[in-house]
Ligand binder design. Structure first.
Ligand code: ATP
Length: 201
């Protein structure tokens, strides 16, 4: 099976920026955010179960999940969040696993924002963490999403700490700077991962 490199980091740390650089090398990128949307796409088992639980009102007129309505429903009923996690997490893990098995690249990058929080590093052979200071996370996320610093601080508090991620990292990319180091750093790691993948055959 292809070698799996996990990629994670906190909100606004630069995971997408780093994953896009790795994508240039032609390896396979498996993105948890994309999979999380796929498992509730119209016609999916995930969306059907949600519709059964909450009624057709949870759908938009085009049949897509009404995410903002679901967010409100969760906000008003904490047990609904556990019900959804129990429904969707196994579906997401299964789809990730299927994509890993289908990969024919020398290695694949499994990009999961909440990797450490959900202990999904177990699915990887090696974990790469994009590390930045909280100040940088706040300034980049507020600039990108137009949200307040307070909102970002709340999200930071609900995520794993910087130290918790670093404790389980095998490789770390520091992204506090202007980004000019990223291409060289990803190129080095790519060569390293290719060599590792070769030696594991
Ligand atoms: P999230 O998990 O919140 O979606 P992410 O970890 O994928 O975020 P990115 O979207 O890659 O992070 O980066 C967050 C923002 O910071 C983006 O607007 C991106 O363009 C910018 N950014 C990333 N790295 C740097 C850098 N080194 N210097 C300046 N801006 C950067």
């Amino acid at each position: 099976m292809t070698m799996v490199i996990g990629l994670t980091g906190g909100i606004g740390s630069g995971k997408t920026t780093v994953a896009n650089l790795f994508a240039e090398y032609g390896i396979d990128i498996i993105d948890a955010d994309v999979i999380a949307r796929d498992v509730v796409a119209p016609g999916s088992a995930g969306l059907n179960a949600i519709k059964q639980k909450l009624g057709s009102d949870i759908l938009l007129t085009d049949g897509q999940l009404n995410r903002s309505k679901l967010r409100d429903a969760i906000f008003n009923d904490s047990s609904l969040k556990s019900w959804l996690d129990n429904l969707l997490h196994p579906l997401i893990r299964e789809k990730m696993q299927a994509e890993i098995i289908a990969s024919t690249a020398p290695y694949c990058l499994l990009v999961v924002p909440l990797m450490v929080e959900n202990n999904l590093q177990q699915m990887t052979d090696r974990l790469l963490v994009v590390d930045v200071s909280e100040e940088v996370q706040i300034s980049r996320t507020t600039a990108r999403d137009g949200v307040s610093a307070e909102q970002v601080v709340k999200i930071l508090a609900a995520q794993a700490s910087r130290q918790q991620r670093l404790d389980v990292a095998d490789d770390v990319i520091c992204n506090n700077g202007d980004g000019s180091n990223l291409r060289e750093k990803t190129a080095q790691l790519h060569q390293y991962y290719l060599a590792l993948a070769k030696s594991n055959i």
